[in-house]
Design a protein around this ligand. Structure first.
Ligand code: ZN
Ligand code: ZN
Length: 349
C-alpha cells in the first residue's frame, strides 16, 4: 500500500507564495518517496569531506553558541538550565531547511513521474553545551530533551498538511552531522515516509489477524528469551533487534503499549529517559564515541486514522560500517556482530 496525500486537502502550509524549496518525488515503480532539496547545498561544510568536522568548526566559530547572534530567528521554545542563568536547550527554525512553505497536497504529474512540493517545517533542537555528549547527560537532562521533542511535536501536529513528524539526532560526520555542536532535528512531511509506512502496514496486518500488537508480542519474546536485552527498567526496555540492520543496533521500547510518542506521560518519560541514557552511554563507552543516529518511529499524524496497532519506539544505529554494493543493491544488510553478541557486549558496560 502506498501513502499518497489522500488525507491532506490542497492547502497553503504558510501564507507565503514563494516557490517550494524542495520537491518530493515518488519512485514510479516502488512508490517510495525521495526528497530533492538542492538548497541544502548552501552549507559549505558539505563539500569539505576529508577534514574532521570537529576541526572544521571550532567552538569559537560555532553557529549554535549564540544562535540568534548567528542570524537565526528567535527560538520557538527555550528551556532554562536549573541554575536559571543560561538556556539548557532551544528550538529554532533550520537556516538550511530540507522542506519549507508552499502549496501542499498538489500532486504534479509529468509522464509517469509524480511529485509534490516539499512542504513542511524543519526545526533544530540545540543543546547549550558544545562539548557535552548526550551520553554524558543525566537521565533528568535526557528527560528534558525528550520533553522538548514532545512539546514541539504537539504544536506541529496541529498544523495543516502534516502527515508525519520525524525526530532524529545525528552525531558525528559519518552520521550526517554537519555541525558538531549537539543538536537534534524535527522535520514535518506531507507524506508518510516509506520505512514507517511499511512498519505501519506490517503491524496493521498482524493486528487484524491476531488482535494484538506485534511489537508487544516481540517484547514478550525478548523478555522471555533474555538473550538480546541490554537494559530494562519498570517501563522501558532496550534490546538488540533479532533482525538488526547494522552492527550494534539498539531499539528502545516503552513497555506499555502506545502508538504515539507525544502521548507518553511524565512518569513513563522518566523511565524511557533512563533507558535512552543507558543506551547512549554504552555505545559511547563500548565503541569509543562512534558516530551514530537515533530516530523516533511513531504513528503518523493523519487525522481520523487509527494507528492503535502501532507501537512507538527509538532506534539507535551506530555508524561503524559502510554500506557496500551488496547492501545498496539488494536492501539486505550484512551484520557481522550478531544481536546476541551485541547484547552480551553492552550488558557488561
Ligand atoms: Zn557550539
Ligand atoms: Zn504494543
Amino acid at each position: 500500500m502506498k501513502y499518497p496525500t489522500k488525507a491532506s486537502k490542497k492547502t497553503h502550509i504558510h501564507e507565503k507564495d514563494t516557490p517550494p524549496i524542495s520537491e518530493l518525488r515518488q519512485d514510479a515503480v516502488s512508490g517510495d518517496w525521495v526528497l530533492i532539496a538542492p538548497s541544502r547545498l548552501k552549507r559549505p561544510e558539505f563539500f569539505a569531506k576529508k577534514e574532521k568536522i570537529r576541526n572544521l568548526l571550532p567552538k569559537s566559530r560555532c553557529p549554535f553558541e549564540n544562535p540568534q547572534k548567528s542570524g537565526n530567528a528567535a527560538p520557538m521554545l527555550v528551556y532554562q538550565k536549573d541554575s536559571g542563568k543560561d538556556w539548557f536547550l532551544q528550538v529554532i527554525s533550520n537556516k538550511y531547511p530540507a522542506v519549507g512553505p508552499g502549496h501542499c497536497g498538489v500532486i504534479n504529474r509529468r509522464g509517469h513521474y509524480v511529485s509534490q512540493a516539499g512542504t513542511g517545517n524543519h526545526e533544530i533542537v540545540i543543546m547549550r553545551d558544545h562539548d557535552k555528549h548526550l551520553a554524558q547527560y543525566t537521565a533528568g537532562e535526557i528527560k528534558r530533551v525528550l520533553s522538548a521533542y514532545q512539546d514541539r511535536y504537539r504544536s506541529l501536529a496541529r498544523e495543516k498538511c502534516i502527515n508525519y513528524i520525524s525526530i532524529f539526532h545525528n552525531h558525528g560526520r559519518e552520521a550526517g552531522a554537519s555541525v558538531p555542536h549537539p543538536h537534534s532535528q524535527i522535520l514535518t512531511l506531507p507524506v508518510v515516509p516509506p520505512d514507517v509506512g511499511r512498519s505501519i502496514d506490517g503491524s496493521k496486518k498482524y493486528f487484524h489477524k491476531n488482535r494484538k500488537c506485534i511489537h508487544c508480542a516481540m517484547l514478550a519474546d525478548e523478555i522471555k528469551d533474555k538473550k538480546r536485552i541490554v537494559f530494562e527498567n519498570k517501563m522501558a526496555i532496550v534490546f538488540a533487534p533479532f533482525a538488526s540492520h547494522s552492527n550494534f543496533e539498539l531499539r528502545i521500547f516503552p513497555k506499555k503499549h502506545e502508538a504515539h510518542f507525544e502521548k507518553m506521560d511524565k512518569k513513563e518519560l522518566t523511565y524511557f529517559a533512563e533507558a535512552l541514557r543507558q543506551s547512549l552511554r554504552k555505545i559511547y563507552k563500548g565503541l569509543k564515541d562512534p558516530s551514530f543516529n537515533f530516530f523516533i518511529h511513531t504513528a503518523p499524524t493523519i487525522p481520523h486514522q487509527d494507528y492503535q496497532h502501532y507501537h512507538w519506539h527509538i532506534e539507535i544505529l551506530p555508524k561503524v560500517s559502510i554500506w557496500g554494493g551488496f547492501e545498496l543493491g539488494t536492501g539486505i544488510d550484512i551484520v557481522s556482530m550478531s544481536p546476541e553478541a551485541t547484547a552480551a557486549y553492552f550488558k557488561k558496560i
